[in-house]
Design a protein around this ligand. Structure first.
Ligand code: NAD
Length: 305
């Protein structure tokens, strides 16, 4: 170990990677083919999960759909076939239950094969202040939004590691990077999802499993119905995202092997500001951006589920 040489190396590599990322901004990035890959999507019965399934179907992947909502999942399966899915299988799976995840995962391995792209998309939101949130819903939120990620990785990662090939996709949230008033359990689960995905990404690198990619997705509100009633204070700055647009960006990020996808783009700058601004100044900015009142008129998706 030589302090001078190691410091010089890190400085030179930093400059190199900075220039590389600037150059890549202006060059078309190669998109990997997902044809023939086995893509498993949890929460495929509606919203973003369904749209991702349809897009992967068009790209020639084998699609495995998991949801607790059998009707919604079968509808996704039907639509995927219409969109040209070569192979599609829908499974009823309650992702809040570890043993059920392991059981259905074994069934998938036997009936379809080893999953090579795992997309954890199933999610729920309580949408109440912390003291008004029933314990059962707090627990359920943690089970679906983060614990399920642990168990699905335990089930499908070994085969990816054995072949040094795979992609782990976590549909987290901008609420997993910057907290929002009225979303305590949801934020906790999404911060955990971001941390878990980052840590597993590092673990794969440390183990030399460079063929296993990670993509962490952190969108602001999307118009799927999950956050019905939420109003954005400055729609031009913070638009409610269109679900079709969000799904397209997610598929593109996976194909480009992008590690982080934050939507809208302003989220990248806000994350930076959160760390560097003095706390009181950060709170003024958060209030200005509407972080205290986003959930005031929250209705959620009671009608759909
Ligand atoms: N909609 C948004 O504004 C928004 C913003 C940021 C992040 N997200 C995240 O994106 C993901 C998809 O959300 P969406 O907007 O498509 O919502 P959605 O409600 O349309 O989809 C969620 C799906 O998860 C399924 N699900 C719920 N509990 C389950 C369980 N126990 N087991 C299996 N499946 C279960 C539901 O049946 C549903 O099909 C979620 O993880 C959500 O937290 C959504």
């Amino acid at each position: 170990m030589n302090f001078f040489l190691e410091t010089l190396k890190v400085l030179l590599l930093s400059v190199y990677f900075l220039v590389e990322s600037l150059v890549l901004l202006f060059l078309p990035v190669r998109k990997k083919s997902v044809a023939g890959e086995i893509v498993l999507i949890t929460g495929a019965g509606s919203g973003i999960g369904r749209l991702l399934a349809l897009k992967f179907a068009r790209l020639g992947a084998t699609i495995v759909l998991w949801d607790i909502n059998q009707e919604g999942n079968e509808e996704t399966s039907r639509l995927a076939r219409e969109n040209g899915a070569v192979r599609v299988r829908a499974y009823l799976c309650d992702c809040s239950k570890r043993q059920e995840i392991y059981r259905v995962a074994d069934q998938v391995k036997k009936e379809v094969g080893d999953v090579s792209i795992l997309i954890n998309c199933a999610g729920i939101v309580t949408g109440k202040t912390f003291m008004d949130s029933p314990d059962t819903l707090v627990e359920k939120t943690m089970e679906v939004n983060i614990m399920a990620h642990f168990w699905t990785y335990k089930a499908f990662l070994p085969a990816m590691m054995a072949s040094n090939h795979g992609h782990l996709v976590s549909i987290a949230s901008s609420a997993g990077l910057i907290a929002v008033n009225g979303l305590a359990d949801y934020c906790a689960s999404k911060f955990a999802a971001v941390g878990f995905a980052e840590a597993i990404g590092l673990e794969m690198l440390a183990l030399g499993k460079t063929g296993i990619k990670t993509t962490v997705v952190c969108p602001y509100v999307i118009n799927t119905g999950m956050f019905d009633g939420c109003k954005t204070k400055w729609p031009r700055l913070f638009p409610i995202l269109d679900s079709e647009y969000a799904a397209e960006k997610i598929v593109s990020a996976i194909q480009r092997e992008q590690v982080y996808l934050l939507m809208p783009r302003i989220m990248y700058y806000l994350c930076f500001l959160k760390i560097i601004l003095p706390v009181k100044m950060g709170l003024v900015v958060a209030d200005y951006l509407g972080a205290f009142h986003l959930m005031d008129d929250f209705k959620g998706d009671k009608e759909r589920h």
